[in-house]
Design a protein around this ligand. Structure first.
Ligand SMILES: C[S@@+](CC[C@H](N)C(=O)[O-])C[C@H]1O[C@@H](n2cnc3c(N)ncnc32)[C@H](O)[C@@H]1O
Length: 288
């Protein structure tokens, strides 16, 4: 979808909210001290609340649970952060630029009984540090998602990022989220695998050299041992897990499933017949 059509999506969402939800929205989102209006200006994007059904679907798809720290970037009235705490037992932080909105979101969290687990910070999503998040939620704009992409990609592998409505162009989502009225996307921050790895191979095949290139969660490359170079196929990373396949010199397929932790990769190679052998590898030269 082109950015102009996407922006139209937000506008339509806003119009629908204005037409159908405003009388409810005022009671649902505001209080005696402050009544925000759907569509009101924000620093980089207007305020339109994510529908309840999508809030639940985003948090469920991200697998949010009590061990998570959820950051909602552009928290509005706090509904995503509050749902993360109330429905999923997580701790949550909302970052909201508008001071009145941030204060309202904190009061909403207190009223919902989750004030001790939800903190709303008045701040700018491009300045605040949210690197400790295990889950990041957003309902922003396509260009804001793209500005955030390099920051998100540097987060811990396995961090889940969920966005209502807007994707991240070339960084394809790991899952799509569909509700009756909206679309959303989930990405799982991939480990960095690009570079040259020295592999201690099972099956008595000795040391090997694994060379990987990586675009987002996709990996390509080859594995070299016994004087032969075999291309790898179907290479994919999900968080810290990597999967790929290659054809062994004897013509048999080998399927690799491994975990990456910094410069270490360890996992299993499944040969023909399903037998599993463990292997370890070390990153010799990273390619960033
Ligand atoms: C589309 S609303 C989404 C609200 C909430 N996340 C939800 O899904 O219901 C975007 C919110 O981001 C806030 N915002 C805009 N630019 C911001 C920035 N640079 N830093 C923090 N908040 C911002 C707006 O004030 C608005 O409340």
């Amino acid at each position: 979808m082109r950015p102009s059509r996407r922006r139209l999506g937000l506008l339509l969402g806003c119009c629908a909210a204005l037409l159908f939800c405003l009388p409810v929205a005022a009671q649902e989102h505001g209080d005696k001290l402050y009544q925000p209006s759907v569509g009101q200006r924000g620093k980089d994007v207007i305020w339109v609340p994510t529908p309840n059904e999508m809030v639940t679907a985003m948090l469920a798809t991200a697998g949010v649970g009590p061990n998570d720290l959820v950051y909602d970037l552009g928290a509005g009235d706090g509904k995503i952060a509050i749902a993360a705490a109330r429905e999923f037992g997580a701790r949550a932080v909302g970052i909201e630029f508008d001071g009145q909105m941030a204060a309202l979101a904190q009061r909403n969290a207190e009223r919902a009984g989750v004030g001790s687990r939800v903190k709303v910070i008045q701040g700018d999503i491009f300045k605040e540090d949210f690197s400790s998040a295990t889950v990041v939620t957003m309902y922003l704009l396509p260009e804001l998602n793209l500005r955030l992409e390099p920051i998100l990609k540097k987060m811990r592998p396995g961090t889940r990022v969920v966005s209502h409505s807007f994707d991240m162009e070339t960084w394809e989502p790991d899952e799509r989220i569909e509700t009756s009225s909206a679309l959303g996307y989930l990405w799982i921050v991939p480990a960095q695998a690009a570079g040259v790895w020295t592999v201690d191979l099972p099956f008595g095949q000795g040391p090997a050299e694994l060379t990987l290139t990586q675009i987002h969660q996709r990996v390509q490359g080859n594995i070299r041992f016994g004087g032969r170079t075999m291309p790898i196929s179907t290479g994919r990373i999900r968080g810290s897990e990597i999967h790929f396949a290659y054809v062994q010199p004897n013509g048999q397929p080998a399927l690799v499933t491994a975990k990456i932790e910094d410069d270490r990769m360890s996992g299993e190679v499944a040969g023909v017949g399903g037998e599993l052998r463990r292997f370890d590898a070390r990153l010799r030269a990273a390619k960033r």
